[in-house]
Ligand binder design. Structure first.
Ligand code: DGT
Ligand code: CA
Ligand code: ZN
Length: 581
């Protein structure tokens, strides 16, 4: 379904909400526009059709006033209030709301008093003296904003994996449709599943090199052509990312794929290895003197160097070449090993779908089980469940569960870890739930010792199964809170608890390095999506990718267990914890 008007209007409402926010307008009005935007995105029907039958005010959060604005946009392509706001508040300024440490109040102040209009203006003001005269703008605060700016800048240069992959897949499938191409594939950091990527490196086989490069540079999603000629085309996509295509012959496909997958550090080490064997390696093959002795497949390339195939996610020069030599490469977890998702949200808290819709989608993904883990009461903005609502949800879930023969629907919670490390539901409530994930959602600014103890206290609660997104980072937005992850890992072992690899792509938490530490220490993990809609269930691939980068094997993953064994394990975790305390 083409839904462009829906997303156009939703985007405008989001902008209006942000602009009003910067102008210091009534928070309810700010919230109203944002709500309406979300509900329009959720509509599932063309908004022009809705307008045509006079149904706009039936959209949740859309009253008479907003309905008129939507109508105006459909008829004229413009909304008067939006046009006026754009004259008052530059859109570049609104973008700065994403900077950690810089709230709408401060931004509004800097805009009104110091005429900050964009990132460059903000940086200038942060480096000057004038800003210090305002109340609350001390050195600490300014340093916080500066760090926020740094993260924000990095996020502009690199794209989140999960934002890049869908676009990259579209480009790849378009190239694959060019006549005479074969084996079109993504290489580079995307293939390695790095959490952020700078550009997309694409490879294809063809004899008709120039024609393929030409067609690539003329594709509909291309905005600018940076280079075109020989075997390479390089473009900027409309979304802003750079994409490079290289066309190779079949005899060099494996060599090129290996070279352009990288990482650079991995390649450098392979080259040293080749030299020691009296061989030469480049993007065309492995050579003995002038003679090419490998190049068609990656497997053959590795074999010639005396190595087994090394999966792309491991190619970071983090010991994988040494492990390969010793025959000690991990047997990595695969997407197909995953039997269910243990961290999902529904309309009961801040999700967009019902329990049934989530179960239905999980079933379609081939899962054996899904746990519904909505927020607890402290999460007021996320509509966390009071004990009363939790019970009501339990009833609805039991009824929903009966409708599904081929998937088990588990009752769970993502319970808040409060500042002192106690949990947001009492033990007698947690006890009744199948799956309990405990997470930190507030009070991020504690010192290391206090934060670490806080989380460890949650690990020790006998009814907790896993710690959700254990470091709390948000890529491009928020640093992890200060926590000694080694001590959390130790506690998880001592108390037999799991840690999460959260696959929601702005999180990917635990990250690759931390999850590797965890499984090497013997901790079990759950790989979950933290889905807030049915679409989000697809984030599992980023969770699995991150886990693979962390050398995680099937045996390390609780949600790779079949249903009966999972349930047994979840109960066992509680028996053990109860015996320990
Ligand atoms: P990115 O784009 O920053 O997210 O990360 P990559 O790894 O995709 O890096 P990119 O796009 O610069 O290069 C793609 C691959 O090409 C890289 O992983 C390894 C290979 N490569 C690029 N430059 C060199 C080089 O100077 N030497 C070697 N051995 N390989 C290189
Ligand atoms: Ca790249
Ligand atoms: Zn959470």
């Amino acid at each position: 379904m083409e839904m462009s008007k829906n997303s156009e209007i939703a985007e405008i409402f989001e902008h209006i909400s942000d602009m009003l926010n910067v102008l210091g307008e009534n928070p309810f009005k700010v919230r109203a526009y944002r709500n309406a935007a979300e509900n329009i995105l959720d509509l599932g029907e063309d908004i022009e059709d809705v307008a045509a039958r006079g149904g706009l005010t039936e959209i949740p959060g859309v009253g008479k006033d907003l309905a008129e604005k939507i109508d105006a946009y459909i008829k004229t392509g413009k909304i008067k209030e939006y046009e006026k706001l754009k004259e008052q508040v530059p859109l570049d300024l609104v973008d700065l709301l994403h900077i950690q440490g810089l709230g709408p109040k401060t931004l509004s102040l800097l805009f009104k008093e110091l005429n900050v209009r964009d990132l460059a203006g903000l940086e200038k003001v942060l480096g000057g003296e004038e800003i210090l005269k305002f109340r609350g703008m001390g050195k600490k605060k300014i340093d916080d904003i500066k760090r926020g700016v740094e993260i924000f800048r990095e996020s502009k240069e690199r794209t989140l994996l999960g934002a890049a992959v869908p676009i990259a897949e579209e480009v790849v499938s378009a190239i694959a449709k060019i006549p005479g191409t074969e084996g079109t594939i993504l290489a580079g950091s995307i293939r390695r599943m790095r959490e952020t990527v700078r550009d997309m490196d694409i490879l294809t086989i063809s004899d008709n090199t120039e024609a393929v490069v030409d067609e690539f540079t003329e594709m509909k999603f291309v905005k600018d052509v940076l280079a075109s000629g020989g075997t390479k085309g390089s473009v900027i996509l409309k979304e802003g990312m750079q994409a490079d295509l290289r066309v190779v012959g079949p005899e060099s496909y494996g060599a090129a794929l290996m070279y352009f997958t990288g990482s650079k550090a991995h390649n450098v080490k392979l080259r040293t290895l080749a030299t020691k064997k009296g061989l030469k390696i480049n993007e065309y093959g492995v050579y003995k003197g002038e003679k090419r002795i490998a190049g068609e497949t990656e497997r053959e390339m590795y074999k010639t160097l005396g190595l087994p195939y090394i999966p792309p996610e491991l190619r970071e020069d983090r010991g994988e070449i040494e492990a390969a030599f010793e025959g000690k490469l991990p047997d990595l977890i695969e997407q197909d090993d995953i039997r269910g998702d243990l961290h999902t949200h529904t309309k009961w808290s801040d999700g967009r779908a019902t329990i049934e819709e989530m179960a239905e989608s999980a079933l379609r993904l081939g899962y054996e089980y899904i746990a519904i883990t909505d927020h607890s009461p402290s999460q007021t903005i996320a509509n966390g469940l009071s004990i009363e609502r939790l019970r009501a949800k339990q009833k609805e879930l039991e009824i929903a569960a009966k409708k599904f023969k081929n998937i088990k629907v588990l009752m769970g919670t993502e319970v808040d870890i409060k500042s002192d490390g106690t949990l947001d539901y009492p033990d007698n409530v947690l006890k009744e739930l199948d799956v309990v994930i405990a997470s930190v959602h507030s009070g991020f600014k504690m010192d290391r010792v206090t934060m670490t103890n806080r989380i460890i206290r949650a690990v020790k609660n006998p009814y907790v199964h896993a710690i959700g997104h254990p470091t709390g980072r948000l890529l491009g937005e928020r640093d992890p809170y200060d926590v000694d992850i080694d001590l959390v890992i130790e506690a998880a072992i001592d108390y037999g608890k799991a840690l999460e690899v959260n696959g929601s792509y702005p999180r990917l938490d635990l990250n690759d390095l931390n999850v590797r530490k965890a499984v090497e220490a013997g901790v079990k993990v759950i790989i979950s999506t933290d889905a807030h809609s049915t679409d989000h269930l697809l984030f599992m691939k980023y969770g699995v990718g991150t886990a693979r980068r962390g050398w995680v094997q099937k045996k390390d993953v609780l949600n790779a267990l079949p249903y009966e064994e999972l349930i047994e394990r979840l109960k066992e975790m509680r028996r053990r914890a109860a015996a320990d305390t």
